[in-house]
Ligand binder design. Sequence first.
Ligand code: ATP
Ligand code: DP6
Length: 416
Amino acid sequence: MAAESGKNWVLTVTAQTPTNIAVIKYWGKRDEDLILPINDSISVTLDPDHLCTTTSVAVSPAFIHDRMWLNGKEVSLSGGRYQNCLRELRSRASDVEDEQKGIKITKKDWEKMHVHIVSYNNFPTAAGLASSAAGLACLVFSLAKLMNVRDDHSRLSAIARQGSGSACRSLYGGFVKWIMGKEENGSDSIAVQLADEKHWDDLVIIIAVVSSRQKETSSTSGMKDTVETSMLIEHRAKEVVPKRIIQMEEAIKNRDFPAFARLTCADTICVLLIDLIKIKAFTFQDNQLRRKMESFQGTPQVAYTFDAGPNAVLISHNRKAAALLLQRLLFYFPPNPDADLNSYVIGDKTILKDAGIQNMNDIETLPPPPEIRDNNPTQKYRGDVSYFICTRPGRGPVVLTDESRSLINPETGLPK
Ligand SMILES: Nc1ncnc2c1ncn2[C@@H]1O[C@H](COP(=O)(O)OP(=O)(O)OP(=O)(O)O)[C@@H](O)[C@H]1O
Ligand SMILES: C[C@@](O)(CCOP(=O)(O)OP(=O)(O)O)CC(=O)O
């Protein structure tokens, strides 16, 4: 067992991991336990300054079993997915030594030592904003650091994948591809970085959070139903996605926004149409705004996409287009009278400034968008959007070395 037995030392690591939004979606599994997809997917990692998971992990000889706290509440780690990740990580752990603290853990010790995991998402959990992606990636990344797992990010992505498919893409910043792989054991089903966040850093992403309540249907069960009941899903995976993946990689490489936007919208609509559970998202999407945005100027100004819920993710090709988009969004979706601007538009607030909006009155007095040519009163959707998040492509996981950012009390090994 670890050195200085009898001494209740606690060793901790804290990490921060981004979420990601797929522009070519993962939808459907060929293996439910190993979480192996039926198609490749591509995502944009979102800036963790705005949406992220922070996870602190600890090991101590005093811990009697593995425990996890999520957003302030203790949750069970008994689920197969968590257990698969923990088992994989333990089997790859290496010796850890901290001479200052007199700690020595051998590779073998990890089999019987227990960990505490304390995690916090700075955005709604299980509400269609990919909390499982950031959450499971952070769990795997932070434990890998604690356990001195020497695998590279691609190998770690294959472990995170077993926690939640989309989590494998959150091991990298920028633009990421999850290669579906062919092997039965999933060893080649890994994420790779296509380009880092600086490659195309003028993209602005605005998320319209329509509902931050827990979704009625999880992505896991939604895609399972689709695979079991839809004949179209196989056609999408075999015929449609492979071509789109090539085109999307090209669009990202060349920063070709019109191609990027067309492919993103086409893919989300394809999944929406195949998957009837998304009827709510479709209702939101099929509103005036999208049609107006599409008819506004010849080339696409905005890409839109949806995950398994009604929240819309809108990607603008630069800050100018984003400011115009935000003006239109706030014109059509003004907040309820009791809202305050600071909590109605969160994330990168400089886009608000670019849009010339400083207070609630500026929203109420926004002129109708120029594409409204007739003088008919325009329907507004006050209160239909809970809030907007402005963000951009962001970096991959990082270790937070500042002790004050740790979520674990270093004396007790329990949440602070
Ligand atoms: N920080 C975290 N640490 C560990 N597990 C987490 C964390 N955040 C979320 N999870 C797990 O992910 C589950 C939510 O996943 P789910 O796929 O239902 O929603 P989502 O990821 O928020 O939405 P979507 O995948 O549709 O965008 C939670 O119930 C929890 O088990
Ligand atoms: C619509 C999606 O966001 C689906 C994400 O599904 P999850 O990764 O949450 O599902 P599990 O692998 O069952 O945990 C599309 C995507 O992110 O590619």
